[in-house]
Design a protein around this ligand. Sequence first.
Ligand code: ADP
Ligand code: MG
Length: 612
Amino acid sequence: MTDIIHLLSDSVANQIAAGEVIQRPASVVKELVENAIDAGATRIQIQLKDAGRTLIQIIDNGKGMSPTDARMAFERHATSKIREATDLFAIHTMGFRGEALASIASVADVEMKTKRESDEIGSCIHIAASEVISQTAVSSTNGTSFMVRNLFFNVPARRKFLKSNATEVKHIITEIQRVALACPEISFSLHHNGAALYDLPASNFKQRIVHLFGSNMNQSLVPIRNQTSLALISGFIGQPKYARRTFGEQFFFVNGRYMKHPFFHRGIMQAYERILPKEMVPAYFIAFDVDPAAIDINIHPTKTEIKFENESAIWQLLHAAVREGLGKFNVVPSIDFDQSGSFDIPLSPKSTDGLSMPQIQINPNYNPFDEVSKPSPVYTGQRAQQQADHWEKLYGPPTRHHELQLPDEQEQTSFAPMQATTPAGQGKNFILFKNKYILTPVKSGLMVIDQRRAHQRILYEKLMTSLNQHQGVSQQLLFPQTLETNASDAALLLTMLDDLNQVGFDIREFGSNTFIINGIPGMMDNSNATGMIETLLEEYKNSASNLKERNREKLATALAVASSINYGTQLSQEEASSLIDSLFACQTPNFSPSGKPVLDIIPTDDLEKKLK
Ligand code: ADP
Ligand code: MG
């Protein structure tokens, strides 16, 4: 019998390694940008075409490579960053495995130009699918530039696994945010299909945060600092009133490298306990500087989790630093949420600043909902009355379409609704602006409601009720629809089937990744059930993973997004009115289930100022 074990060829071995290191365009961007940082670049430019599928170009002004190093760099386990195993305990660079370039070159067409300052002429090397196609001397500027074309051209399975361009760009942006925050002294630019996404000048940490996340951050950020022999903990935390429902502004760094650290995250959340409702997360940007020997970064190549030697002591220091930051800025006592917990006042500082509590003369016999004879087609909740009262106390009564239809019966009480007037001169209560916003006058100014987010909020609360009370109402489809998915989506959908059927879907597995949709919840539009489920799966996979969010909440959020009305949908007055009634019957009308604002009020004062 002949022996059967043989060594894999380099290109196969590299492709296997690439499977771990290079999963998507964002991984290429991450590896190449980290190399540029390790090479001492002060300016890094990134250009993408088609979310990096067709082209990823990265230009740095770092130290460049010699012609021999240029060739060596693409060998597996080729690195200039460590020599001995003991070097692993003193890593100051981003990379050290010597795997990235070999991996990228095994699954793409790569052209690299590089020149050191001390050399007259640079070199250009072209490698595709691990095969060196050419190496030539070229004239070029100091530094290194990479053109990575047609990622995964030789690995169709990987290519198929890629998501929509929007999703892939989102992953790239996340990577850029991480390195850009870790290295504010380096300038970065990011272009996609010719359009600039970021143009970040060299700056300090705080300015970099503001450049990346918007000027609101400027008011929100509170500095923290705690120096001990174990670690220097420094950075910024966000004030509670700027906290959001979704993740995306939480960053830890250790020795200049981004890391995830669920345990430290909990330390921060505990410091905010009782200052924030439990579903909200504050922004934080916190750097730990520790002795490199006290951490272990030599774990899985793509994992960003890092092990600390003195984890619980550092947890205490972090917790204390955050508490101190919150206390010093008087954040703690100024905010006091009661247990009902919902934000009934829009959180945006613009609207709250100009908002004073309106003086209302209460007519105890007046019930604004008496006139609503038909139940709202979208939502009727027990809390409707209570919430609506609350809302009206804050903003004055809403205006209602049925009062419009009966203008003569309008009572001239202190509660008389205000009317907006359309150009046609007809009284109308809701102005439907660009089929995106509903505008309506309220006591303190002009309220602007985002129709899609409002609908998402309504659907979300209704879905959560169905899930919790097992009472989803279903409408049967006239023609059952067939949904074919790939294997991983099928597996995901299977995990959701119970909950989906609970809220009123009637979906059955039909074998070989196929499902039959017989019915959908009564509250949803039935014209494209398969499209809705596909969007649901995509939303579910892409939604920011919220540690505390339970699966059902995540499902309800994704489903609300997938089945909500789109921008561009023209609502009738009737529909706008019912949407708004249902919105204010919600527990948390001000935020969409993914934490985005649903409404804002432009204060009358602001309008008057503008028109002075
Ligand atoms: P690692 O970063 O783990 O060392 P890589 O495969 O990413 O492994 O890179 C291999 C080597 O190529 C690096 O150690 C470095 O010497 C060199 N190199 C890669 N990119 C650059 C760059 N942009 N500028 C200068 N040298 C680079
Ligand atoms: Mg590297």
